[in-house]
Design a protein around this ligand. Structure first.
Ligand SMILES: CC(C)(COP(=O)(O)OP(=O)(O)OC[C@H]1O[C@@H](n2cnc3c(N)ncnc32)[C@H](O)[C@@H]1OP(=O)(O)O)[C@@H](O)C(=O)NCCC(=O)NCCS
Length: 160
């Protein structure tokens, strides 16, 4: 059975490793900002003691930004549950906007978020090329064999 719980300080080493395994390094770069696990809020999904999903997010004057989202048990509702949990957190804080950055190659994520009410609000052409200067491990060719170069911003506006 999959259970969910809030991320704690004690989870940070495990989260760093999870990011390393899934995103190539212990930090994430989006819109020119370097995000480390420290200081982010989040939730993790566990199957017994194994991590099978995680989501991290950050509140700022721009709204609630989903910084990372991973599910290693795809197609079982895990990703949906994780974003719903963050949307609920945003609502509790009277935050009216949840947003995130994905990349031009991630067709799965673009579909996934749009089916859950997120809308495309911006494209930052070549932004990944800039991120690559900070994080050289970002591949030139991304998911679906697509050249990885642009950031795409999606948002969902919440009624408060
Ligand atoms: C994007 C991602 C988080 C989605 O996670 P997920 O756990 O597969 O998400 P869900 O299971 O909630 O939804 C995926 C699909 O499974 C379907 N599904 C959910 N529960 C299901 C069930 N019990 N039986 C059958 N299908 C189910 C959903 O309907 C959904 O399909 P849809 O998008 O066409 O509606 C995951 O694919 C992932 O980790 N991708 C790699 C990392 C990534 O791209 N992260 C986002 C970066 S911005």
């Amino acid at each position: 059975m999959i259970t969910f719980r809030r991320l704690t300080q004690a989870d940070l080493p495990r989260l760093r490793q999870f990011w390393k395994d899934n995103w190539g390094d212990e930090f994430i770069v989006a819109h020119g900002v370097i995000y480390h696990p420290d200081g982010l809020d989040g939730f993790i999904a566990l199957e017994d003691h194994e991590w099978v999903g995680e989501i991290t997010y950050n509140f700022s004057p721009e709204g609630c930004e989903i910084v990372s989202l991973d599910s290693t048990r795809e197609g079982q509702g895990l990703g949906t549950k994780l974003i719903d949990t963050v949307i609920e957190e945003a609502r509790k804080k009277n935050c009216r906007r949840v947003f995130l950055i994905t990349t031009n190659d991630n067709l799965n994520a673009l579909g996934f978020y749009q089916k859950r009410g997120f809308e495309l609000v911006g494209i930052n052409r070549g932004a990944v090329n800039e991120s690559r200067k900070i994080k050289p491990g970002i591949p030139m060719i991304g998911m679906n064999n697509i050249p990885l170069r642009d950031e795409i911003e999606l948002e969902i506006l919440l009624k408060v």
